[in-house]
Design a protein around this ligand. Sequence first.
Ligand SMILES: Nc1nc2c(c(=O)[nH]1)N[C@H]1C(S)=C(S)[C@@H](COP(=O)(O)OP(=O)(O)OC[C@H]3O[C@@H](n4cnc5c(=O)[nH]c(N)nc54)[C@H](O)[C@@H]3O)O[C@H]1N2
Ligand SMILES: Nc1nc2c(c(=O)[nH]1)N[C@H]1C(S)=C(S)[C@@H](COP(=O)(O)OP(=O)(O)OC[C@H]3O[C@@H](n4cnc5c(=O)[nH]c(N)nc54)[C@H](O)[C@@H]3O)O[C@H]1N2
Ligand code: SF4
Ligand SMILES: [Mo]
Length: 739
Amino acid sequence: MPDVEQRHTFCRICEASCGIVAGVQDQRVVSIAPIREHHGTLGFACMKGLHQHKMYDSPDRLRYPLKRVGDGFERVSWDQALREIGGKLRQLRGVSPHSIGMYVGTAAGFSILHPIFAEGFMQGIGSRNIFSSSTQDCANRFAAATEMYGFPFCQPFVDLDHVECMLVVGTNPVVSKWTFLQVAHPVKRLKQVRARGGRIIVIDPRYTETAKVAGEHLYIRPNADVFFFLSFLQEVFARGSYDAATVQRHCSGLEALRAAVQEWTPEKTAAVTGIAPQALRDLVATYCAANGAAIVTGTGLGMGQDGTLAQWLAECIGAVTGNLDRRGGTLVGEGIFDFAGYAKKNGMFRREARSRVGGFRELNGGFPGGILADEILTPGREQIKSLFVTGGNPLLTMANAGRLRQALQQLELLVVTDIYLNETASLAHYVLPATSPLQRPDLPFIFPLFLGMQSIPYLAATEAVVPPEAEQRDEASIYTDLATASGVDLFGSRGLQRGLRALRAINRLRHPRAQPGLPQRFILDQILRRSGNGSFKQLLRHPEGLPRPQVQPGSFLGKRLTTEDGLVHLAPADFIAATADLDGRLREHLAAAEQGTLRLISKRAHSTHNSWTQNIEELTNGEANQTNYVYIHPSDGSRLGLAEGDIADIHSATASIRLPVKWLEELMPGTVSVPHGWGHQAARGLSVASSLAGANVNILASDGAASVEPLSGMSHLSGIPVRVQAAAGPVNRGSWSGL
Ligand SMILES: Nc1nc2c(c(=O)[nH]1)N[C@H]1C(S)=C(S)[C@@H](COP(=O)(O)OP(=O)(O)OC[C@H]3O[C@@H](n4cnc5c(=O)[nH]c(N)nc54)[C@H](O)[C@@H]3O)O[C@H]1N2
Ligand SMILES: Nc1nc2c(c(=O)[nH]1)N[C@H]1C(S)=C(S)[C@@H](COP(=O)(O)OP(=O)(O)OC[C@H]3O[C@@H](n4cnc5c(=O)[nH]c(N)nc54)[C@H](O)[C@@H]3O)O[C@H]1N2
Ligand code: SF4
Ligand SMILES: [Mo]
């Protein structure tokens, strides 16, 4: 056997982007270990990262383009796939370019070129119908940032090295490894905050893994964050604890904001949040007394009903207390170039287009995922007839997945680009085999690279660790080819399309035996050079990361805002107007609680990643990992006549699922929890995952224009009202999924 060669790279599964070293033997990755001396990721890697080669080297990996023929799939050549897809697209475009849609999933976001080229393809097609996983994740933050700071990606993050008081609301970084900030080794970093004397207070319906490390925790009812922050801000004003000088210099809308929160006393919201008035006042006092405080939020808040308003209020608290752009408060990162300024100059993210269904404004160039099924099912000239799915698995991750399945089945053309024949791909007309992260050269993804969202700033580059197998191709090449085949130019630029084709032809001459892809390294090198950040080759000499300076407090306000007046907008008109509905919402919540309605939330696990790590055998070993569960507080369980291990039916307004019951004392009573990303039985190409039990919780979530959060288009995936009861009728393992 040849020797095992150690190759340095970094993980591209989640935001932590851990530096790892891959053991390569005979062009296969046989081991993964953390890079101990890594400047930014501190020798950390999680179990998913350490097992990723099992996923990327699985016999289930897609290796050739596939075409659906009858009920099965046949291998076809790239030329045939591209020709046939291109032909259909030319025809559909003749009717309306908007009849061609795209869904961009999370995996796309962890490559630098994939999302850029996919977007370029859609711009070439001339279609506005782009959807992404962001409306299942964080679009609320993009909406708040667009209105307040003038740029969706302006996302202040905690100054982790100096913070004295950190509120953690709707995020569980110990398991998720942080979101909207690169923080590898979260347990260590949180402990460091505490060792310095800082306080970390988790506000979550569950006493989470993070709460255990933080040491302080307040239960909050799902969906109640907006009320919590209203009262928080009301109390800040009532105490006079705002920073008048900073607000006057750098913010607009103070009086409108103050008026909007004025009536929301802690007494008014205590019943709906579950947080006693005195506990809230103590919390505000702690926050205001700290020499640097920050609120850290995540998907638990965003997937709730009023995620945009909640995020807006959290940002306002930071701004009016003078914690924005302050040492120990929150900072706004700086990437390798001025992305905000560039976007403004080039008119990016303008929000001009409106969706056909529901009239939603686009956000970050995309529409709410919750209307995708309607856009496919509602007749009309611009009806979506063809959909590209790239790096995502919407059938398991989107709201009302049952209805989405019907919609996808009606498409004239569904093309899925993935590394696996997942459940969405199983319905496709064509499936295109992508390279895995370990098979492509890369730079860090957009958040660290373009926005500097790193707790320890550094730059890194990686070569492909192993070459593509068989006919796998990188997405940049795939979307360039699809553009050519469809008779359009990427980004609508003839010059660019010609240039890329020329690059490709040269690459083919230089590497006649390799897959005929674009020279990705050359493109990545250009990104570095043109932004004045050296070269790809230079960066490869720093496998432990090339340190960059930490962004300085005081570098943002009055300097880098992209609102027209250069001020932080505390009171965007749409947000203030939306607060008028909150009295009604409060009454709705209280009435539902009185009727004993349970609220369903999510639960991430160390061993799973959305829908795509259940195919790693090593991570699904053991009876306990063969299914997801419905987690119930024992007091709710006994009220419902359930015992641990029983099988329960969970009913929502849209559907029902059946799962085994597990007690979870750390849940707030009245709250139940089901992990998402399970229910792979219908996947044709996930031999491990599809043999597991488990149910797709997202068939319980509603879709449609009336169900999405109107300010950002977020789907409502957390805090869903449900009923739970002992399973009715005969129970067998296979029937645990959708009923
Ligand atoms: N109930 C509930 N629903 C949720 C959530 C929740 O907490 N609760 N979380 C939501 C969140 S935060 C998100 S981001 C969405 C995720 O939603 P999606 O992005 O739709 O789903 P993933 O499961 O992340 O799918 C990633 C896909 O990318 C593929 N893949 C992996 N690497 C590559 C690659 O290099 N190239 C290509 N082309 N494909 C690759 C994987 O095989 C997998 O099929 O789900 C959301 N849904
Ligand atoms: N192991 C693992 N890591 C992951 C992922 C994974 O699937 N597995 N997914 C990755 C992705 S795509 C993302 S976007 C990030 C997400 O990262 P996070 O946003 O940190 O996501 P979660 O870990 O689900 O944490 C959400 C928390 O919100 C709580 N919560 C639910 N509803 C509410 C509510 O209404 N109010 C409040 N205050 N809290 C609520 C939940 O109990 C939970 O503790 O994680 C990434 N990392
Ligand atoms: S935390 Fe795990 S999955 Fe995330 S980047 Fe690190 S090793 Fe990869
Ligand atoms: Mo996500």
